[in-house]
Write a protein that binds this ligand. Sequence first.
Ligand SMILES: Nc1c(C(=O)O)ncn1[C@@H]1O[C@H](COP(=O)(O)O)[C@@H](O)[C@H]1O
Length: 161
Amino acid sequence: MAETRVGIIMGSQSDWPTMQGAAESLDTLGVGYETRIVSAHRTPDRLWDYGMTAAERGLQVIIAGAGGAAHLPGMMASKTRLPVIGVPVQTKALSGVDSLYSIVQMPRGYPVATMAIGAAGAVNAGLMAAGILALGDAALAERLERWRAALSASIPETPEA
Ligand SMILES: Nc1c(C(=O)O)ncn1[C@@H]1O[C@H](COP(=O)(O)O)[C@@H](O)[C@H]1O
């Protein structure tokens, strides 16, 4: 069992179908993670505790997904020095543009590395977390290189008619 290095947090259970893409990326690359529902709005005390203890518990990167008034990634970035990768979850009313804008426009000093809206953003969040961790982990760097090469090799040169 790989050591838990990444925290995947989300504002609601309803975000899981999107956020599982991040978990799948980390599974593929053999990176250990935990998953939690944490909401700045609905469980502010849980957010506070999570942010206060994340680094001392051994987490190294946090992936935070939320939709709509998506304050979770930014609030988490306020409570921990760990890099926070934000995933804007797609919404029905505004297609996730609301989530994207809520996450990306952080004030100077408290960045959130913001991914694309929806499932592709979640998958990329896992890959981004792995890339950060690979800076200090040669074995993971090699797995990531191999994975990237395999993806590249799987892309056909000519489109099917
Ligand atoms: N944006 C946030 C936060 C937060 O930012 O703290 N907490 C919940 N939510 C979002 O509310 C949406 C609807 O949630 P429900 O489906 O539970 O009603 C979800 O996408 C969640 O991320």
